[in-house]
Design a protein around this ligand. Structure first.
Ligand code: GSH
Length: 140
């Protein structure tokens, strides 16, 4: 059975758990990272001290997009892992582009969601919103 380590309030963990659900793969998930901390046993699996990490049939893998590609290739069939390199590259491109988008939205996310009201910086939020709007133009 697939094992996923990582807290669900991490977007990188969320996308892995979401994809396991899409594929109807049975899995267990252990809360790690953030408020749950990281044990030495976990750090031995992923020395980057980041989540997510998975184990599938004895294979340990970290890096969320690499995990998605692996799950698609191993369990997804042709609709999730097209044989045509061009089709696959289209999906790859947007999946990796999402990291750039995540960079753009980080300021707004931290200052609107994670930080207490007194520590919010409207300038950071505005700059992040503008960066997101520019990215969305590309998506459109
Ligand atoms: N490039 C890595 C980034 C992973 C990452 O930044 N994870 C964050 C959560 S989104 C993390 O582990 N933060 C530390 C923690 O949760 O304790 C990936 O895609 O897996």
């Amino acid at each position: 059975m697939l094992t996923i380590w990582g807290r669900l309030n991490s977007h990188n963990v969320k996308k892995v758990a979401w994809f396991a659900e899409e594929l109807a793969l049975p899995y267990v998930r252990h809360d790690v990272g953030g408020q749950f901390g990281m044990s030495d046993a976990y750090l031995a699996l992923n020395p980057n001290a980041l989540v997510p990490t998975i184990e599938d049939d004895g294979f340990i893998l970290w890096e969320s997009n690499a995990i998605l590609r692996y799950l698609a290739a191993r369990h997804g069939g042709k609709s999730w892992w097209p044989e045509d390199p061009v089709q696959r590259a289209q999906a790859d491109r947007w999946m990796d582009w999402q990291f750039d988008y995540a960079d753009a939205q980080r300021g707004a996310f931290l200052h609107l969601i994670r930080r207490p009201l007194a520590e919010r910086d409207p300038a950071v939020i505005a700059a992040s919103a503008a960066a997101c709007a520019a990215k969305m133009q590309i998506l459109d």
